[in-house]
Write a protein that binds this ligand. Structure first.
Ligand code: PRP
Length: 174
């Protein structure tokens, strides 16, 4: 069955908002080296677009955690599948996520990264779904606060599909 997708946030709206977040970050870090940690797979587009709007210098790192299977509900389990390959001690780190949903993934991840003693640790999330929150997570840079609907596109998937869409859409299957 083909998925029915309704557009929620357009490509233009995303680009504008990412630019605004980058401005806030540039203002705050003022030329300090920033280590961006892109959380695979969903945040590759957001990380790539955000990084290119930063004044730099920027280092890029990647992590992959597993939380969901191919379902629309979080299993509650969080495992680090791929870790960064550098020591973040003393670094100014910004974790870049596509979405904070229940908060379980980021809660575990941020606590784990804090133990590695970065100089500073912040979280940027393109999407925030506060209605779904189970674990308290402080999101420093939020792109859009959205209602509890299943979203895809701009990196986000439904059973690994639709990541390539340039916009954020809602899956409206029956
Ligand atoms: C998504 C998202 C977060 C997490 C958020 O990743 O990128 O990491 O779920 O959910 P939570 O707040 O309920 O923990 P996902 O596991 O779908 O991986 P993917 O980015 O590889 O698709």
């Amino acid at each position: 069955m083909e998925d029915k997708i309704r557009m929620m946030i357009s490509e233009e709206e995303i680009a504008k908002r990412v630019g605004e977040l980058a401005e806030q970050i540039n203002e705050k870090y003022k030329g300090k080296e920033i280590t961006l940690i892109c959380i695979l797979k969903g945040s590759i587009f957001f990380t790539a677009d955000l990084a290119r709007r930063l004044n730099g210098p920027v280092k890029m790192e990647y992590m992959r955690c597993s939380s969901y299977g191919d379902s629309t509900n979080s299993s509650g389990e969080v495992k680090v599948v791929i870790d960064v390959d550098c020591d973040i001690e003393g670094k100014d780190v910004i974790v870049v996520e596509d979405i904070v949903d229940t908060g379980r993934t980021l809660w575990h991840l941020m606590n784990m990264l804090k133990e590695r003693k970065p100089q500073s640790l912040a979280l940027a999330a393109l999407l925030d779904k506060p209605e779904r929150r189970v674990k308290e997570v402080a999101v420093d840079y939020v792109g859009f606060t959205i209602p509890d609907e299943f979203v895809v596109g701009y990196g986000l998937d439904f059973a690994q599909k639709h990541r390539e869409l340039p916009y954020i859409g809602v899956v409206e299957n029956e």
